[in-house]
Write a protein that binds this ligand. Structure first.
Ligand code: PLP
Length: 432
C-alpha cells in the first residue's frame, strides 16, 4: 500500500477536507487526529536541540511555536485554499493583526477598504497608528482608481474582505490584485465569510488569506481561532521589503533556500510574531477545527442555499427597506457574485428595516430560532444589531460606509430547515 491520501493534491475538495495533511502512520495509526496536550517536547540530544532552534531540522520543541495537531490543521487548510503554508493563531484578530505587523513597521503604510469587520477597522484606524503604521482608506471599493489613490511608495499591503462584513459587498479581487502587484505589494484577503469552499482568492491573484476560523471553518460556535495562508511566489526581494531580505540572510544557511523564499511570509510570521507575541492556538482548539472542517463543503452549501431562500423572503416583506445578499438577482453585486460565488455568496445577510432602530430592537426581542449573538458562521442561525455591537463606537461615516445603519440587522443564516427560519422572521417582523 504505497498510495497515501494525505498529500495527494489531485484529490477533490471534499476528499481533502477529510484527509489532507494527516498521515495516520506517523501517529500510531490513530484514525482521528490526536490532540498533543503538552506544553513542550523532549529535545532529545544536545545536537538535535541546536538543529531545532536553528531551524535546520523541522520539529517541535515548545507548543507556543508549533505542535503536531496544529500542524495537521495548517496543512489541511493550505490544501483547501491552495497555498504553500499556513499558520494557525488564537483568533481571527490575531491572524489579522500579526499579518499586518509582519508586513509593516513604524513609518510604513497599509491600504484598506472601509467595508470591513469593525474590529479590523478599529485595529487599522486606532491601534496600529500608535505603532507608527498608518492606513490609507480606499474611498470607493468599486472604483479601481480609488485603490490606486490609496497606495503610496510606503504602502506594504492592500487589505480587503472577500464578502464585506456586514454589507456583503463583493470586490473585483482579480482587478484589485493586479493593482497591488503593479505596486509591488501583496493583496491580503479576509476570506472568513466565504471559506475556501465558496471562494479560493489565490485563484484570482490574492497573496495572503486571513480567516476568523471561529466562524464557518470551525462551524459550530465552539472555538475562537484564526488562520493565515500564504499562496507562495510573492516577490519579497524587490527592495520594498528589507525586513524580509534580512530574514532571508539570517536563515539562509540552515533552511533550504528555495523553500525559505517560497514560504517566507509564514516562516517569519511564526518565528517572529507567533513566537514572540504568543498568540498560539491550543491543540485542543485545533482539534475542534479539524473536526469542523471535515463537513465544511456540506455545511457551506446548505448555509448558502438557506440564505438565498431567506433573502428572497425578506426582499418581498413590506417591513423591509433593503436586503443585501449578492446572490439575489436584483443585488448590485449579482454580476460579481456570478463570477466569484457560483455556488452561493455565503450566508450572511444585512437587512435594513423601514421602522428604523425601534423596529430592529423589536425584531431582536421577538425572534425565537435566531439567537441574538455577535458571532456568525455557526451551524445555528444568529442575528445581531451591528451599530450597537460589532461596529460600536466607530465614527458614523465609517459605519455607514461599512453598510451599518441604525436600522441594519445582520443575519447569519444557519443550516436549520429554511421554512422554520422564514416562519421565525415572519412572526418577528409582523408589526415590527
Ligand atoms: N474577520 C471577520 C470578517 C469577522 O467577522 C471577524 C469576527 O467577527 C473577525 C475577522 C475576527 O475574528 P475573531 O473573532 O475570531 O477574532
Amino acid at each position: 500500500m504505497s498510495y497515501e491520501a494525505f498529500n495527494d493534491n489531485s484529490l477533490g475538495f471534499d476528499t481533502k477536507q477529510l484527509h489532507a495533511g494527516y498521515n495516520p502512520k506517523q501517529h500510531f495509526h490513530s484514525k482521528a487526529v490526536p490532540i498533543y496536550q503538552t506544553a513542550a517536547f523532549e529535545l532529545g540530544d544536545f545536537d538535535r536541540c541546536g538543529r531545532l532552534f536553528s531551524y535546520e531540522e523541522e520539529g517541535h520543541s515548545y507548543v507556543r511555536f508549533s505542535n503536531p495537531t496544529n500542524d495537521v490543521l495548517e496543512k489541511r487548510i493550505a490544501a483547501l485554499e491552495g497555498g504553500v503554508a499556513t499558520l494557525s493563531l488564537s483568533s481571527g484578530m490575531s491572524a489579522i493583526s500579526n499579518t499586518f505587523l509582519n508586513l509593516a513597521g513604524a513609518g510604513d503604510e497599509l491600504a484598506a477598504v472601509k467595508t470591513l469587520y469593525g474590529g479590523s477597522t478599529k485595529l487599522l484606524q486606532k491601534v496600529l497608528p500608535q505603532y507608527g503604521i498608518v492606513t490609507h482608506w480606499v474611498e470607493d471599493p468599486e472604483s479601481l482608481d480609488s485603490y490606486r489613490a490609496a497606495i503610496t511608495a510606503k504602502t506594504k499591503g492592500l487589505y480587503i474582505e472577500s464578502l464585506g462584513n456586514p454589507g456583503m459587498n463583493i470586490i473585483d479581487i482579480e482587478e484589485v490584485a493586479k493593482i497591488a502587484h503593479e505596486n509591488g505589494i501583496p493583496l491580503i484577503v479576509d476570506n472568513t465569510f466565504a471559506t475556501p469552499y465558496l471562494l479560493r482568492p489565490f485563484e484570482f491573484g490574492a497573496d495572503i488569506i486571513c480567516h476568523s476560523a471561529t466562524k464557518y471553518l470551525s462551524g459550530h460556535g465552539t472555538v475562537i481561532s484564526g488562520i493565515v495562508v500564504e499562496k507562495g511566489g510573492f516577490d519579497w526581494f524587490s527592495g520594498k521589503f528589507p525586513a524580509f531580505e534580512q530574514f532571508f540572510e539570517e536563515h539562509k544557511r540552515n533552511i533550504d533556500n528555495d523553500n525559505l523564499k517560497l514560504t517566507a511570509f509564514t516562516r517569519r510570521l511564526r518565528m517572529n510574531y507567533l513566537t514572540d507575541f504568543g498568540s498560539h492556538l491550543s491543540p485542543q482548539s485545533a482539534f475542534y477545527l479539524i473536526q469542523g472542517i471535515e463537513t465544511l463543503s456540506l455545511r457551506m452549501q446548505r448555509h448558502a442555499d438557506n440564505a438565498l431562500k431567506v433573502a428572497a423572503f425578506l426582499s418581498e416583506h413590506p417591513a423591509v427597506l433593503e436586503v443585501s445578499y449578492p446572490s439575489l438577482p436584483n443585488s448590485r453585486y449579482y454580476k460579481l457574485a456570478q463570477k466569484y460565488f457560483p455556488k452561493g455568496a455565503g450566508a450572511i445577510l444585512a437587512v435594513r428595516l423601514k421602522g428604523g432602530l425601534n423596529a430592529a430592537r423589536r425584531v431582536l426581542e421577538k425572534v425565537r430560532i435566531f439567537d441574538y449573538m455577535v458571532n456568525v458562521g455557526d451551524a445555528k442561525s444568529l442575528i445581531v444589531h451591528p451599530a450597537t455591537s460589532t461596529h460600536y463606537g466607530l465614527p458614523e461615516e465609517i459605519k455607514n460606509q461599512a453598510g451599518v445603519f441604525d436600522d441594519t440587522l445582520r443575519l447569519s443564516v444557519g443550516i436549520e430547515d429554511a421554512q422554520d427560519l422564514i416562519h421565525d422572521l415572519s412572526q418577528a417582523l409582523d408589526n415590527s
